[in-house]
Write a protein that binds this ligand. Structure first.
Ligand code: PAF
Length: 279
């Protein structure tokens, strides 16, 4: 595997490649990321991964400085997956001057759910993803469904800008007890790790009720949030949305059986976890 930090060298290395499959990451790789690499391999060749902890998507009180950086271990994992190039730019490589041009998603999608609780997050994501795409020029790029809203925003962005990159969504990789794998799980104490699957259990309980025809969305969301709070969580949201646009379903949507997804974000101690489940 070639490890490249400069944009120029990356372009030389990938010149003439028409079927590149790309997986952008912020490192601290776990099985979930590796499943994205395997999916990428099925959709293109060569597989290119990136590791870049993108300052632009972190709020002032978020964990940019303490975000886990495990470069050597990550390299070994990617080598085993047969990744051809790891693009690992420094901040100077990717942002040699302040990144004043930004990609701003529409408010209706970028400022809801995660965007409401993490202002500027999707602006940072869209900006870096656009820049990484411009560097790698992939034919396909793989994003996990764990970050459901991110996947939808990136997919819409690629469509609206007519980017030549197809966005592929990968199923969430879960531990045996249901907890979605995430780099932030490593912040959990042993007691919190034992409690953490309750988030996915709460989503499953909502999905079960909806499938059984209980369609009082407001009541289901509040019951789930109250249940989490009673167990010691601080929920930001549990929200039932339409899969097509992440807007709340109205009575007509529910009556017509519009495809739904339930999304949640909640803090356990100081660790904020997100998860979702298509219904
Ligand atoms: O999902 C992530 O790890 C990041 O948001 C991404 C897509 C690599 C952009 O920094």
């Amino acid at each position: 595997m070639k490890i490249i930090s400069s944009i120029e060298e990356l372009r030389d290395q990938l010149s003439g490649q028409l079927r590149t499959a790309f997986v952008p990451t912020m490192g601290n790789l776990h099985e979930g990321h590796l499943s994205l690499m395997r999916l990428a391999r099925r959709h293109g060749d060569p597989v290119v991964a990136s590791i870049f902890v993108n300052r632009l998507q972190f709020g002032p009180n978020e964990d940019f400085d303490k975000y886990p950086r495990t470069f050597q271990a990550d390299v070994e994992k990617l080598e085993k997956e047969g990744v051809y190039v790891l693009f690992a730019p420094t901040e100077k490589d990717l942002y040699p001057e302040p990144q004043e041009y930004r990609v701003q998603p529409p408010d209706g999608l970028g400022n809801i759910l995660e965007g409401e609780f993490r202002p500027g997050f999707f602006n940072g994501v869209c900006t870096v993803v656009t820049k990484l795409f411009s560097c790698v020029q992939p034919r396909v790029a793989v994003f996990g469904k764990k970050d459901y809203q991110q996947l939808m925003i990136v997919r819409n962005m690629a469509r609206q800008f007519a980017l030549p990159t197809e966005i592929i969504g990968a199923e969430t990789f879960r531990a045996e007890d249901g907890l979605a794998l995430s780099s932030r799980n490593m912040y959990l104490s042993p007691a919190e790790r034992a409690e953490a699957p309750a988030l996915y259990a709460a989503l499953n309980a909502v999905a079960t009720e909806v499938r059984a025809g209980h369609l009082d969305v407001f009541q289901l969301e509040h019951k789930a949030m109250d249940g989490l709070a009673a167990r010691g969580w601080q929920p930001d949201y549990v929200s039932i949305r339409k899969r097509i646009d992440l807007q709340p379903p109205n009575a007509g949507d529910l009556a017509q059986g519009a495809p739904l997804v339930v999304l949640a974000a909640a803090k356990l101690g100081t660790t904020r976890l997100i998860d979702n489940l298509e219904i």
